[in-house]
Design a protein. Structure first.
Length: 204
């Protein structure tokens, strides 16, 4: 059965496996995003895109002018990473996450266009967290320093925009079981804040 459109469809492609991890298949709908909560461990399968500072710097002026982007972000996930070159026999080299805050300026505008998820490491600004709630999207965390391990989950890669940017070009990845954790959900959940509160010590 075909899935509903990423723009506000009701179909849910998030299922919980016997190990408690949620399996996600892209593209995502509003319902998919709404089904995820901060702290959920997930495995992502399907297409995701890569983009870092330089690529976002080119996308943003296009958004401001109302011009067409080189990729359709509706229902998609962008992974903030700049993969290293692949060695012989590999799809990609190390592909660890970049710090999310470097893209905070650009993220609300992309979420408004229908982007449903981002993957990175570190905190997000309040403006981004508010935009996640407004546009029903999710911020996933990945593991810094584990880029070589994460590369095993990438089955195919191709440059789709801004090839002149080298490692910061926009790439289309086909991933299978890519591991992540929900850091900020579209309900206001924040794993960083919740974790700190859980272990906070009250003054005597």
């Amino acid at each position: 059965m075909p899935r509903a459109s990423p723009q506000g469809g009701d179909a849910v492609s998030v299922t919980t496996a016997s190990d408690g991890i949620k399996d996600i298949h892209t593209p995502l709908t509003d319902a998919d995003a709404a089904s995820l909560k901060a702290g959920d461990r997930v495995r992502i399968t399907g297409v995701i895109y890569t983009a870092r500072d330089a690529a976002h710097g080119r996308l943003f002026p296009l958004i401001e002018k109302g011009e067409k982007l080189p990729i359709d972000v509706r229902g998609q996930i962008i992974y903030y990473t700049g993969p290293s070159p692949a060695r012989p026999g590999e799809v990609v080299g190390s592909i660890g996450p970049t710090t999310a805050s470097r893209m905070d300026t650009y993220t609300p505008a992309l979420l408004k266009l229908g982007l449903k998820g981002t993957i990175a490491k570190g905190y997000r600004s309040q403006a981004v967290k508010d935009a996640l709630k407004q546009h029903k999207a999710v911020y996933f965390g990945s593991i810094g320093g584990a880029g070589a391990v994460l590369s095993r989950f990438v089955k195919k890669l191709e440059v789709v925009a801004y090839e002149d940017l080298g490692t910061e070009a926009i790439r289309r990845l086909e991933v299978e079981g890519f591991p992540a954790i929900v850091l900020n959900d579209c309900h206001g959940g924040d794993l960083y804040q919740d974790g700190q509160k859980a272990y906070a010590r009250e003054d005597p």
